[in-house]
Design a protein around this ligand. Structure first.
Ligand code: GDP
Ligand code: MG
Length: 379
């Protein structure tokens, strides 16, 4: 990984077209049946709704209209009680986050779905082998990895399920790394990881991400370390998120609009990138003045330091410099969501897309949903 950081002057942002700027790439992993397909359908379906925009001040649109329509028709089936049919192909889904009152998207979010069935079997023919290779190159370069922990299995089998899942995931990561080393010169797996408990609607009421996060951190410490080592990521196992795509009763959807955790993903990803940059700066400056690390560490007063911040961001984060800087201006999250939504509206009025996006993200992080559904055991 270190080699990637050696030339901080390479400003990836200069080469990017507008559409590619600030595209958060998230890799979605989970065994088959864990809820990936349903998640992607509901993620888009719920966040493109008019009532969502009214409340949150932004909405998602699909970058490709045809893909959006296809996801929507599956979402409307969910509204009629039906979970989407399974799929076994890997796909990329690109969404634009549109802030109310602004015509350009503030952020792009691309999901790379990696079929769980691929963990469990060898490619059945050369076509599948090729599509696995393509999926692999899509995974490389993702900023964030999300591993789904099936909430239903967790409720039934507890930690023994989690331990087995993590061991299986470790083996899959090792296989992927071997495959990646054959096609590219260096692997570039995400460094930031979230463990997401899917189907959170089936957990007993009152369950929080903190409760589950602490249980897994203690009860599966050895398996977490195994995956972290395989990924070469110190981050793995620190962040936990509750996700639910709908309220359901067995295989019937009761309410497709009752989802949990979705709107936290983009802000958590951005905040994690910022903290990752802090850690990187600290490593680099070890034994030197430590000025930049200190400045970043307080997450404050870096208003005039955009270019300097750039020097400390790994190239794949550099397109986010301005947005990360706006996110980092210290402002207590306990000011509450409505404070940040007002700031978002004011920024939109000025046409300041970066400030508006940062405020929209901070509103989510300071919401009651974040306190219930998100836990970082390092914070
Ligand atoms: N209660 C509940 N069940 C879910 C949820 N998401 C998925 N499921 C169930 O899990 C099954 C498998 O989900 P699917 O998205 O196809 O999993 P995938 O194989 O990971 O893509 C669905 O058919 C539903 O029965 C959820 O949010 N809540
Ligand atoms: Mg699926």
């Amino acid at each position: 990984m270190a080699a990637e950081y050696r030339n901080p002057k390479t400003k990836a942002g200069n080469k990017m077209t507008k559409a590619q700027s600030t595209d958060i790439r998230v890799a979605l992993f989970g065994q088959s049946g864990a809820g990936k397909t349903t998640f992607l359908v509901s993620y888009f379906g719920n966040q493109q709704r008019h009532s969502f925009e009214q409340k949150h001040g932004y909405r998602l649109e699909a970058d490709d209209v045809a893909v959006g329509n296809q996801l929507l028709s599956r979402y409307y089936k969910m509204e009629c009680g039906q979970f989407p049919d399974g799929t076994s192909v890997s796909s990329e889904y690109k969404f634009n986050l549109k802030l109310a009152g602004l015509s350009e998207p503030g952020l792009h979010i691309t999901w790379v779905d990696y079929p769980g069935a691929w963990w469990e079997s060898q490619p059945k023919d050369s076509a599948e082998k090729t599509s696995r290779q393509n999926a692999l190159s899509g995974l490389l370069g993702c900023h964030v990895g999300l591993l789904l922990v099936d909430g239903m299995q967790y409720r039934r089998h507890g930690l023994s399920y989690v331990r087995a899942l993590l061991d299986q995931f470790k083996s899959e990561i090792r296989r992927l790394k071997d495959a990646a080393s054959k096609v590219t010169q260096r692997e570039n797996f995400p460094q930031i990881w979230l463990l997401a408990i899917s189907k959170a609607d089936v957990l007993s009421p009152g369950t929080t991400a903190e409760m589950i996060g602490k249980e897994i951190t203690m009860g599966a410490a050895d398996q977490i370390k195994g995956v972290a080592d395989a990924l070469d990521s110190k981050q793995f196992g620190h962040q936990y998120l509750l996700l639910s795509s709908a309220e359901a009763d067995g295989s019937k959807v009761l309410d497709a609009t009752k989802c949990i955790g979705f709107q936290l993903l983009a802000p958590i990803a951005l905040e994690s990138m910022l903290l990752d940059a802090v850690a990187e700066a600290r490593k680099k400056e070890n034994g030197r003045s430590g000025l930049f690390a200190k400045v970043l560490d307080t997450l404050s007063s870096i208003v005039d330091m955009v270019d300097s911040l750039d020097d400390f961001l790994p190239p794949k984060y550099q397109v986010f410099t301005k947005l990360l800087k706006a996110m980092s201006i210290k402002e207590e999250l306990n000011k509450g969501a409505s404070h940040f939504r007002e700031k978002q509206a004011a920024a939109s009025k000025r046409g300041d897309i970066i400030a508006a996006t940062a405020s929209a993200m901070k509103a989510e992080l300071s919401s009651p949903m974040a306190r219930k559904a998100y836990f970082n055991n390092q914070a």
